[in-house]
Write a protein that binds this ligand. Structure first.
Ligand code: PMV
Length: 323
């Protein structure tokens, strides 16, 4: 095989962000918006990358130099994924890679981890090496850690497995949850968040207020356990209440913003079962669980405080071959 296209979904955190970095569980869902990667063998001695969504055009690096020198932000995950795969499986072929996303990298849907997972999956296929989803997860997660130095891997798991997952740090547990038609509403705050700096902010809090932060994490972990049951029972009212509690804890951790607070409050006032920020905080998206008959009103309420409604649905499909 000389060429393959694979795709993987983006993700949204339902419950448990930040606590999951410290060994606690979280609940994550994959979303319908996907990222596509085409990988083909080329007769150069290098990696050529085109990732127009993140302004990477005709980037070239000799295979022997992968991982060395300056790497543009938008090329990092692809380059290090190739490097890790080649080192592990002893290849050094020239490659041409092109990525295309159905969602903006601004939203915090996990475009970096989705592109990493796509590249790893595509390389296993292209070089005809038998693999398992867990192996794709492990190599992709290693890639993310090599670059970011921190992170739970929940986003990688969503891209590999799809659907709703109960997830524990580093993939210790990755359990699919059958949640049916989760009535999710998603809105963008207009601000791009920087995950690593938000993780560092919580790390500083952990150093100055260890007991308090650990207490918050324990409470968040309890919400996740209850949320897992609520999801399985499709008890959206209960899930919403848990999201509200989770948001309060995230506010205590200092990772929410005035804009996110306003959007969350507007959603609740207009009749959402519950609402919270989703992900690292500091911007990106908020999510709400909503009664369908009130969806339109809730959308209007969020728009009136400056939120941008995104058309996002839960997806059951993890990484897959397109052609
Ligand atoms: O910024 P996002 O949406 O990728 O979410 C980060 C969630 C954290 O729990 C803060 C980090 C992590 O890797 O789990």
């Amino acid at each position: 095989m000389d060429k393959i296209t694979v795709s993987a979904p983006g993700k949204l955190m339902l419950l448990g962000e930040h606590a999951v970095v410290y060994g606690h569980p979280c609940l994550v869902t994959a979303v319908e918006q996907r990222l596509k990667v085409t990988v083909e063998k080329s007769n150069t001695n290098g990696l050529t990358l085109n990732a127009p969504d993140v302004s990477v055009n005709d980037y070239y690096k000799p295979i022997a130099q992968l991982g060395n020198g300056e790497i543009p932000k938008g090329a990092k995950f692809v380059e290090i994924a190739v490097l890790n795969f080649f080192q592990k499986h002893k290849f050094s072929d020239g490659l041409k890679i092109t990525t295309n996303s159905e969602f903006s990298s601004q939203f915090g849907f996990g475009s970096s981890s989705a592109s990493t997972v796509c590249v790893v999956k595509a390389l296993f296929e292209l070089f005809e090496i038998k693999t398992t989803p867990k192996e794709i997860f492990d190599l992709s997660y290693k890639t993310v850690l090599d670059i970011q130095k921190t992170g739970s891997g929940f986003d990688v798991a969503a891209a590999v497995y799809g659907g709703v997952l109960y997830f524990i740090t580093g993939g210790k547990v990755i359990e699919p949850i059958i949640a049916g038609d989760l009535p999710l509403l998603v809105a963008y705050s207009g601000v791009k968040a920087d995950t690593v700096s938000m993780i560092n902010l919580v790390k500083e809090k952990m150093q100055t207020h260890k007991e308090g932060v650990e207490e918050i994490f324990k409470n968040i972990a309890n919400l996740v356990e209850e949320g897992k049951i609520a999801l399985m029972e499709k008890d959206w009212q209960r899930l919403g209440t848990l999201m509200n509690f989770n948001q309060n804890y995230l506010e205590d951790l200092g990772v929410s913003t005035e804009k996110l607070d306003d959007m969350v409050l507007a959603a609740r006032k207009a009749g959402a079962f519950g609402a919270k920020l989703s992900g690292a905080g500091g911007g990106d998206c908020m999510i709400a669980v909503v009664p369908e008959e009130k969806r339109k009103n809730i959308e209007e309420a969020i728009k009136s405080v400056g939120g941008e409604i995104l058309d996002v649905k839960v997806s059951n499909e993890g990484v897959k071959i397109e052609i």
